[in-house]
Ligand binder design. Structure first.
Ligand SMILES: Nc1ncnc2c1ncn2[C@@H]1O[C@H](COP(=O)(O)OP(=O)(O)OP(=O)(O)O)[C@@H](O)[C@H]1O
Ligand SMILES: [Mg+2]
Length: 334
């Protein structure tokens, strides 16, 4: 083991760029900072295009072609992932860090049975003989609510319903007992009842097994159900982070407030949703000052000149807004 640390995952000043040299350069992540404690579940929220998926893929070092990390560090269980040899990285993926996607059909190969595919993930990482793997398969399928092991194991992906396939994908993600699960919109493709069941399942499994979760989503009520803490991403930066209850009760950043006001709730279902005018800047790297300033109802001159640093509101709550820095001075200079 290298250096010891209390954090499970620490992302510092992570910048990811697309293009360069022959294609126009575009900044997707513009200095992301994140901490995840062991066993913690962190919600990563924000509008479409703000960099949630790029953050998750950076951790796994699975960025799409054309994208690369330009600076920053990602430490996982005390090791620097960006410097890890690819061979070790491959061992880590699927064992210590795993991923759950929106579309379970894409996680499975349609021409092999579910049992075969989960067995393969196990045999690549676990030191178990066939019988041991069979027992582990039965155990993990039971844990995700698929107790009819023989039928599920013999099924091809298209033979299962969406909800069952999602459970099978969770089984595959958990079979090697990871310490971090990255879940990118895991319930978006499911209907509301099934989605709620899957979230409850994830929460229960997390409580039982103590793995950390990076939960990437648009769905704020789901964050409330699943997450201990929330990080709000805007234009490739974390602009506010707080324990879940505190974020929902006392968001500081005007973007977070807008996002919360736009979130559908039972009360507002069917009625017109409050929304934030405008859209995320296409290239956050090109923005001087606060990237939310062009849309911010509270912006003042200084906001268009200065990148707001992350300011502690409480020991566990930070906001990257000049109004959080010194509300009175900031307003006075407006
Ligand atoms: N293939 C690509 N080529 C160029 N730029 C890309 C590509 N994929 C993503 N980007 C850039 O990265 C930014 C962040 O994308 P990302 O997919 O992480 O957003 P997201 O927050 O996951 O959005 P969504 O909620 O829609 O899934 C995008 O706004 C876009 O500028
Ligand atoms: Mg995404």
């Amino acid at each position: 083991m290298s250096t010891t640390t209390d954090a499970l995952l620490t992302i510092d000043d992570l910048r990811v760029v697309f293009g360069g040299r022959h294609a126009p350069r575009l900044t997707a992540l513009d200095g992301v900072e994140l901490r995840l404690a062991p066993g913690e579940s962190l919600g990563l929220v924000g509008e479409t295009g703000c960099g949630k998926t790029m953050t998750g893929l950076s951790v796994l070092r699975l960025l799409p072609p054309g994208a690369k990390v330009s600076t920053g560090s990602i430490r996982f269980e005390g090791e620097d992932l960006l410097r890890m040899p690819e061979r070790r990285m491959r061992r880590l993926r699927g064992s210590r860090v795993t991923m759950i996607f929106q579309n379970p059909a894409s996680a499975f190969n349609p021409v092999f049975t579910i049992g075969w595919q989960i067995d393969r993930v196990m045999s690549q990482h676990l030191d178990l003989d066939r019988r041991g793997r069979r027992e582990r398969l039965a155990e993990v399928l039971g844990e995700v609510g698929l107790p009819d092991v023989d039928r599920i194991a013999a099924a091809y992906p298209h033979q299962l319903s969406g909800g069952m396939l999602q459970r099978a994908m969770i089984a595959m993600a958990l079979v090697n007992r990871p310490s971090l699960v990255i879940a990118d919109e895991p319930t978006t493709a499911l209907d509301a009842t099934i989605a709620a069941q899957i979230l409850a399942l994830l929460r229960r499994l997390q409580d039982e097994h103590g793995f950390g979760v990076l939960f990437i989503t648009h769905n704020l009520p789901a964050v409330r159900q699943l997450c201990d803490r929330v990080a709000v991403l805007y234009a490739g930066r974390v602009i506010e982070t707080a324990p879940t209850a505190e974020l929902f009760a006392a968001a500081q950043h005007p973007y977070t407030r807008g996002l919360l006001a736009s979130a559908p709730s039972v009360a507002s279902r069917g009625s017109r949703l409050a929304a934030i005018e405008g859209s995320v800047p296409p290239d956050p790297g090109a923005v001087i000052g606060c990237s939310f300033a062009p849309r911010c109802p509270l912006a003042f001159d200084e906001c268009r000149r200065v990148r707001p640093p992350a300011v502690p509101i409480t020991p566990t709550h930070e906001s990257a807004c000049l109004l959080a820095l010194e509300p009175d001075t900031a307003r006075a200079s407006a």
